[in-house]
Design a protein around this ligand. Structure first.
Ligand code: ZN
Length: 155
């Protein structure tokens, strides 16, 4: 079987792979099997390559991203419509309401697929970068601490 090792992809190839598999609900390892057993429920494992989806813990990530990137921008759009055109209230009930619900519901599956695929592709990298992130966090905490003491001394 000629299989790409998605974890060895870098930069934009990696992002393209995550998009091509995750957003379409395809297995992030073989890109052929289906990721979902139903609308939002993940399959137990890939039927093509036997990838175990037990690693996947998107939790409320999809809902978070749907809120940030779909619902909030839509709220601003709806407010803009309201302020610019001052339509009667029933216009919002017929258009804005269904639009927001539908866009949120429809975006959950591709967002979940995207998160699960990124999790798979980035898993190997996470283990290697743990120390780096620890160091970064420590460095930042130290910097904040010294800034605070400097500030207190100035008072
Ligand atoms: Zn697969």
């Amino acid at each position: 079987m000629d299989m790409i090792n998605a974890r060895e992809l870098e930069g934009s190839d990696r992002l393209r792979w995550i998009g091509a598999t995750g957003l379409k609900g395809r297995c992030p390892r073989c890109a052929k099997g289906k990721m979902f057993a139903s609308w939002l429920k993940l399959a137990d494992r890939c039927r093509r390559c036997d990838l175990d989806y037990g690693y996947a813990t998107p939790d409320d990530g999809p809902a978070f991203f749907a809120l940030c990137f779909i619902t909030f921008p839509l709220i601003f759009f709806v407010m803009w419509v309201e302020l610019s055109f001052e339509p009667p209230f029933w216009v919002h009930i017929l258009t804005s309401g269904p639009l927001m619900v539908a866009s949120c519901v429809l975006s959950l599956r591709p967002l979940k697929g995207w998160l699960v695929a990124s999790q798979y592709v980035n898993m190997a990298q996470e283990a290697g970068t743990e120390a780096l992130f620890d160091e970064l966090d420590r460095g930042r905490a130290g910097e904040l601490e010294s800034r605070r003491t400097r500030h207190e001394q100035a008072d």
